[in-house]
Design a protein around this ligand. Sequence first.
Ligand code: ATP
Length: 282
Amino acid sequence: MDEELAISVRGLRKAYGDNVAVAGVDLAVRRGEVFALLGPNGAGKTTTVEILEGYRQRDAGEVHVLGVDPAHPSPGWRARMGIVLQGTGEFDELTVAEVVRHFSAFYPHADDPAKVIERVGLADKAKARTHTLSGGQKRRLDVALGIVGRPELLFLDEPTTGFDPEARREFWELIRDLNAAGTTILLTTHYLDEAEALADRVGVIAAGRLVEVAPPSRLGNRQEAMATVSWRTPDGVAQSAASATPTALVTELAARHGGEVPGLTVTRPTLEDVYLRMIGHR
Ligand code: ATP
């Protein structure tokens, strides 16, 4: 087993009856990495992550998380991980501060609850009962509970669903801070911009298979893809051409127009373009 890996998965399979949710996934997440699993509804992200967390049993494959097989957890293993599942955040009549303090008691090296509440942006809600929080605030509480144990490895399942744009940016900063402090992070998301902003590497999962793993900028060979050069002729007719050498084409157009080329744009496929192609607009 490679000590540099926080997560190592080979040949992971899981079916629910006839429905194959995970169809042979290989995955390696290095210590210190932010890895995003990106995929559409029903792709198998949650199933994969919950097997890694030890909450679901696999049918086949080898899995190690922090050096331990989640199907046979060792004492203390779970306390080394932080887990933010899809939506909980409500604890009846308890206040935010009470819930975070309560959860901190489960961990041997827990962080200061007040500091954690501040970090997730809930300081002014510390005394609020959790059922009075907004959707985005409940999600922040989930994150607080995920990080209060100072995890080596943090799992985040669709962490920013329900966040407003400002809250998402603040959350991204929090993830960057945690990662800079050495926390390995595996997150699932539907948001391409989130994967692009946070992840060192992205794994695109579709129909239970990992179709590609790459840094966001290299996904689908985006950088090497043909560029589309568009412009207008002097009489206003739109023109475009796909080119592997757009600089040469633009130079030639500039010469042809004797200077400024009307309506000139040069584009390459966006992350969304390559993602949609990968997940089945294949
Ligand atoms: P989403 O983005 O919607 O959360 P996902 O990528 O996390 O989706 P999963 O929740 O892992 O996908 O589901 C993968 C497949 O397994 C789906 O077809 C789903 O219906 C099925 N599935 C998931 N959990 C169960 C379960 N407990 N029992 C039966 N089928 C399940």
